[in-house]
Design a protein. Sequence first.
Length: 898
Amino acid sequence: MSPSTSSKGKSSGLNQHYEEKVRPCIDLVDSLRSLGVEKDLNLPAIAVIGDQSSGKSSVLEALSGVALPRGTGIVTRCPLVLKLKKISKDNNWHQWHGLMSYRDQTKKLKDPAEIENAVLKAQTVLAGTGEGISHEMITLEIQSSDVPDLTLIDLPGIARVATGNQPKDIEKQIKDLIEKYIKRQETISLVVVPANIDIATTEALQMASKVDSTGQRTLGILTKPDLVDKGMEETVVRTVNNQVIQLKKGYMIVKCRGQQDINEKLDLVKALEKERNFFNEHAHFRSLLEEGKATIPLLAERLTKELVEHITKTLPQLQKQLVMKLEKTTGDLRALGAGVPTDEHEKSNFLIMKIRQFNDALEEVKRAEEDLKKSDIRVFTKIRGEFGRWKLVLDDKSFKTEENLREEVQEYVKTRRGKELPGFVNYRTFENIVKKHIEELEEPALELLKDVKDIVHSCVNRIVSSHFKAFSHLLRATKDPIEDFLDEQFQKAEEKIHSQFKMERIVYSQDHLYSNKLDTVKQNLKVLGQRPFISAEVREMAQHLTAYFMITSDHLANQVPLIVQYHILDQYISQLQNAMLAMIGRNNPGMLLQEDSDVARKRRELKERLERLKSAGKVLSNDSEEGSGSSAHSSMSFSSLRTMFALRSLFRTAHFRYAAAAQFHASSNCSGAKVAVVLSGCGVYDGTEIHEASAILVHLSRGGAEVQMFAPDVSQMHVIDHGKGQPAETESRNVLSESARIARGNITDLAKLSASNHDAVIFPGGFGAAKNLSTFAIDGKDCKVNKDVERVLKDFHKAGKPIGLCCISPVLAARVLPGVDVTVGHEEEEGGKWPYAGTTQAITALGAKHTVKEVTEAHVDQKNKVVTTPAFMCETKLHLIFDGIGAMVRDVLKLSGK
Ligand code: GDP
Ligand code: MG
């Protein structure tokens, strides 16, 4: 059967004008769907649901002109996305075109008759041979002049009881699958209900109303009007007129091919004629046709309109989803880090970087300088709270009132009074009471120690997991010393607290200190007034005890926190940091950095998702570009255009970049500036970074500059075998002759470079700048700079001529020009995006200022006329580095005034 090929375009009756408006809108969603973003975002769609044998397949078949699998039982076993695309009649190079895809399979279909088998085969692959179902999707795209522009999702029919070899919980499984689709705000549910049954009893309508109680997103379709019992017609009319169970979108009624029609091989076009005649001639249902609520062609038109409106309405939501998902995915990816390099040498650098970052994080905690975004309260703030509580315990002890002490003193007086008259304090009694109270403080002091230990322990654990969670070996290797060192320091602190309290049992105070305190206590009592009925010895004793406790409290208030801090924070963290550094030499980085397989998988998935989302953003932004010009879009009063523009702004950085580049290309090709470029060898690890040099030369050339290249006539610090990433021990090379490779032989000794002959000088990056032009690679902030490089920098600076530097070479300016303001990119590694972010610290240590910039930007220090850009300091795409260098060259040329 090939119904559509035989039709003459009457099947779904969409007019040309409407088709033009509808198509771009539906295409937009379809192209998003084909990117696979359905996994990440909910796309607008129409889902067809209904009880078994309600007529779903018949409706779909009539709409699409495509025979879908039919039969009894569960025939639809996977969600089937039916993308119907109307092609123009003139386009008869291909009358009918079908494409089926599922998982990574695609299959071209030449004839509608192939569909049924192809769908059945795909279902078997996805849902097995039995009668089980699967959530995996099959996509069937059909292009024909006889289909409406519509995308529908066919879902399995609701089965009430499991039969044969169906799984027992088949009803639940199917309902779960249906619910997954219809609960999305982006889905319109098309609920197919036979007209000859009581609509209130249908499961599908109940399910739809559960997730869409007002029926905003639900359209009812009544089928089988020819089977309605005599006398029931008016109920059906009332149902279609939305008077029985109300839905915002209302109902439509259609008549499809019955079993007899099929047996008689009635084709779909004839079936449509028959349908029209049926409604025309029906005494009760004719009114429904007149009101536009009956027949398949009108349903097709209505659905298309609904879908377009729905897409328009859901686009802002889609935009929000996309932005949120993009942010989340980028964040998740950053949290996972960039992954371990494969090269052994780079691996150990990576390990050093990881350990250094970890130690830095510990250091921040120790200094109470950690970033508040990472934890809401600083560790030291929490510890300070504990210390505060300790002080309260002490205060409570020292402000003993006479009344508190009365009983206690009386007890001592009663049992141990000596020869003294009332009012004389018995020193032994005093001592005993002091000792007893001080002993009582030991327990809270130890509790303080334990509480602080717990705070530090959980903080360190958190830092360990956040830094090393992807590497289980490294995590384990770190966790062991964490526990051991903490226990060790806890014990040491505990011993010190014990000894402190042992010492406190020696009752002692400097005479004048004690006398002063006693005077204060007595003075206070005078002010407050003395209580009557207190015996003289109790009063006297209370005054002495209060004075002594105040003194003790004062020094314990500091002493115990000092012990705790010293061991649990300072000593413990230093010990841990040292152990981490020791790990570098002792262990095999490859082993420590073995990533858990699911981390690598998650990273891959996140990267794929990010790509999909970015492509989705591009689809939407391209669409808005076309939309502003094409008649198809301009004829639509789309509020979504605004949305699309908003989405486009997400990607505008790229547009700006190209715009800037274009402007540069157009405007500056006649500068005529004489620019010196200083090279440091050839190859990133021991000389000039070749791409950077090349980018500088391209941009200078386009900028119309006259270029001369220079390099110092010195030996390279060493030669790196770039294939292995290791020094080639026996080799030695000359910087000048190596640089000649980049200069195509046209190189001059740097000693001959004079600022008076040039308008500007530019230093590309590459390790050569840190190894051959200076000793930054080994000496960091204490580096020395090659004397000619120093002279050149100083001379150009003094002459007010611009200096351009990129990648690592800004350290040369930082060393030679005091207070210069440069950029090498970002100050945090951000999960490997800025692997050399530590350089920023060295720059500030050199007395220069560092400004954060993106890789596509250049930073201009106007005062010193120094222009810098991060280039390969950023782990990113080459074209972005190229653009950043373009910005640097442009600013250098601008500053040269040529
Ligand atoms: P599904 O299980 O929901 O996909 O239902 P089907 O589309 O397979 O339809 C079930 C049965 O009802 C089939 O035998 C169809 O031929 C028949 N049927 C569908 N629509 C109509 C209709 O409008 N009138 C009549 N008489 N039979 C119909
Ligand atoms: Mg069916």
